[in-house]
Design a protein around this ligand. Structure first.
Ligand code: COA
Length: 464
């Protein structure tokens, strides 16, 4: 049975900081953010918003747009790494908010959990819900899979340059208008790692950024290897001599902790895939350098990172490789459009891959490309660490959805924060009533209880 993404909606907070202002305040060259990382603006939550609010606002949008009744929703899953309770799942808060609009008990029949595995958990949630549909358990109902996060790092750290916030919701069913998942090819890799983690009670993560970047690429490559085996074994793809699996994928959407990470990961995967192919000889000639090899043939992540000579040479080689016409072609045609939204919004952790998917659809459509039947590959990564690679085909009805996508309009009106305002928000110095925007027609957080008997209880309203 077919299963896939029928529609997608986003909710992005309307406050943001500008990369140039931020760089100036931190004494960093603005080019590092804009060119080095691909960050132009970072969305910041207001004092009366938390990840559950973002998720509920995204759900309301997709339900209203598709005129969905609560009875038609069989499952509501939330994936996040910004969880604020160790026990009560974030989807229960979201159901509570939605029932303020649809009536108490309106979602009583609905099931779902909050899932966690850093930024990859949304992909596991999508896979599980697609399998719920494929198994015939959905009985004609839809699943809502929401990815919602606030990417927040300690002030003054290098991670602070890669913040952002927002939620993406996907409507999953057996007649998807946007994308039908390719069956029997979803591939995963997993390893116990400490590249990025957030111990209980800590609001911000502990990050080993460069380690995490490399681990991301290694883990996604491993999952891609498995994907390739599955795609060939299942007959989804047939590789002719000299072809790579990437030749059979029209668009690649990667996890985007910052937009340039997509380019880095693409270069890594393409190098890995092309190395054995005849075309590589010509590329090496064009680059004018042999591809560097680490001293330690075991190639563990620690030995690679510790091999400074290799790292420096590899960095130089990658830079030259990304300038070749062959890489430029694959970058422009398969990846670039998925990076546009990330530049304007920043890191959304679990949601960043799916914001990239939405960005790819909107901006490829605007380029006048017929997307019908195009294959989209997804490279999902979560620290700690696990990767998932899967794919799907864009469906004939896609235009119904994509023609109305307008990121700029959806972000507006945005308000730029001064650095002082941003720092006050970052340090949680204001209460929900001291909101900067007082937005209307949205779910907002009103209060977090601090009494001993009801500690942490949250109250939300739909702000008419
Ligand atoms: N002009 C243009 N580019 C510049 C520059 C300048 N003045 N200064 C630096 N750059 C480039 C660097 O060359 C580098 O590019 P490259 O990746 O192509 O080599 C890029 O900007 C980043 O610089 P770097 O020195 O590597 O940054 P950093 O070590 O200070 O921090 C991160 C970068 C991404 C590691 C850090 O922001 C971080 O940890 N973020 C969190 C990442 C995350 O969430 N990871 C989770 C797992 S996915």
């Amino acid at each position: 049975m077919t299963a896939g993404i029928d529609d997608i909606a986003i909710y992005i907070p309307r406050l943001y900081i500008d990369a140039a202002d931020f760089a100036k305040a931190r004494g960093v060259d603005p080019e590092k953010l804009q060119k080095g990382l691909g960050v132009s603006q970072m969305a910041i939550v207001d004092t009366n918003q938390d990840p559950a609010c973002l998720a509920a606002n995204a759900c309301l949008k997709i339900m209203q747009k598709n005129k969905l009744s609560p009875e038609s929703i069989g499952r509501l899953y939330i994936s996040t790494e910004s969880s604020f309770d160790e026990s009560k799942a974030m989807n229960s808060y979201v159901i509570g908010m939605l029932e303020q609009v649809y009536g108490q008990g309106a979602f009583e029949h609905c099931g779902g959990v909050e899932t966690k595995f850093a930024c990859v958990s949304g992909s596991y949630a999508l896979y599980d819900n697609a399998n719920w549909v494929r198994a015939g358990e959905a009985e004609g109902k839809h699943a809502l899979v929401v990815v919602s996060d606030i990417a927040k790092y300690d002030m003054g750290t290098s991670g602070e340059m890669t913040q952002g916030a927002g939620a993406v919701v996907m409507l999953i069913n057996d007649k998807p208008r946007l994308l039908a998942f390719d069956p029997k090819v979803t591939a995963t890799s997993i390893k116990d790692e400490y590249d990025f983690y957030r111990p209980f009670g800590k609001e911000t993560p502990i990050v080993h950024g460069q380690y995490s970047n490399l681990l991301y690429m290694i883990q996604v490559r491993k999952a891609l290897e498995t994907y390739k085996k599955k795609a060939l074994a299942s007959g989804l793809m047939k590789l002719e001599a000299g072809e790579s699996v990437l030749d059979h994928i029209d668009y690649l959407n990667m996890h985007l902790p910052y937009s340039n990470m997509g380019k880095k990961a693409l270069a890594y995967l393409v190098r890995h895939e092309w190395r054995q192919l005849p075309r590589w000889k010509k590329i090496i000639q064009e680059i004018g350098l042999p591809e560097p090899v680490p001293k330690d043939p075991r190639g563990t992540i620690e030995s690679v990172l510790g091999d400074q000579e290799f790292m420096a040479k590899d960095h130089e080689f990658t830079k030259l490789f990304t300038k070749t016409s062959e890489f430029q072609e694959i970058y422009e045609s398969k990846l670039a459009s998925s990076l546009i939204a990330s530049k304007m919004i920043g890191n959304l952790y679990t949601a960043s891959l799916y914001l990239g998917f939405r960005s790819c659809l909107e901006f490829e459509y605007q380029r006048g490309i017929d997307l019908n039947g195009k294959r989209v590959g997804f490279g999902s990564y979560g620290s700690g660490s696990s990767a998932m690679v899967f794919s799907g085909l864009i469906q004939p009805e896609y235009k119904e959805i994509v023609k109305d996508m307008n990121l700029e309009a959806e972000l507006a009106p945005r308000r730029k924060l001064t650095l002082e305002e941003y720092e006050i928000l970052h340090e949680n110095k204001l209460t929900p009533e001291e909101s900067m925007l007082h937005t209307k027609k949205e779910f907002i957080l009103v209060n977090v209880n601090t009494t001993v008997e009801s500690m942490g209880e949250r109250r939300y309203i739909f702000n008419e």
